[in-house]
Design a protein around this ligand. Structure first.
Ligand code: ADP
Length: 183
């Protein structure tokens, strides 16, 4: 029980714009090219400035389910972790495993680069069409499992861009905590 409440204490759910997050890293919901796109990706590149795109170009893309680290340039966060979530095809193309892998890859980079505070957007739930409830379950389960086994990152923020997303995260987190208690 002590272990369970401790990992939940290292997770915050917030309403806001991830480009304003002040901390060690923000996660970008990128595409395989890493050359920018719409949604959160566009907002991150717009705030970071053109040097971010130049660094991304040198990375030569990123496979779905993986992540790569860059500097944060004009962002308030020191680094950007570019994660590529899956496009939703109805759940028949390994989307759940790929989404969990994208979250885990970010957390592995945070550990490797000694990043203490990391903020995630709701990867794949925009243009990529992953249903919000299912994506939220994968996100929170993967993050909580990681926090249960690792000291870094010390704190994870799930940055919800709108009220609907925040309410979904709150309700899924409450049900996971309840399931954990009954386990
Ligand atoms: P994907 O292609 O992975 O679906 P999107 O950028 O289209 O990525 O959407 C991912 C999520 O990011 C969506 O839930 C969207 O509401 C959210 N989002 C968009 N802009 C921001 C932002 N500035 N801060 C945090 N979340 C954002």
């Amino acid at each position: 029980m002590i272990e369970k409440s401790r990992k939940v204490d290292r997770l915050s759910l917030e309403l806001g714009d991830i480009t304003r997050f002040m901390g060690d890293a923000i996660v970008n919901a990128a595409n395989e090219s890493l050359l920018g796109g719409g949604g959160v990706d566009g907002a991150i590149h717009a705030t970071a400035g053109p040097d971010l795109l130049a660094e991304c170009r040198a990375l030569h893309g990123c496979a779905t389910g993986q992540a790569k680290l860059t500097g944060g340039y004009h962002l308030s966060a020191r680094h950007v972790i570019h994660a590529v979530g899956p496009v939703w095809y109805g759940g028949t193309r390994g989307e759940e495993a790929l989404l969990a892998s994208a979250y885990r890859s970010c957390l592995e980079l945070a550990e490797q680069y000694d990043l203490r505070t990391v903020a995630f957007p709701a990867i794949s739930t925009g243009v990529y069409g992953y249903p919000l409830e299912e994506a939220t379950r994968v996100a929170l389960r993967t993050i909580l499992a990681w926090l249960g086994d690792h000291l870094l990152p010390e704190h994870v923020t799930c940055m919800c861009y709108n009220q609907r997303t925040l309410e979904m995260y709150e309700s899924v987190l409450a049900s996971l905590i309840k399931e954990g208690r009954n386990a």
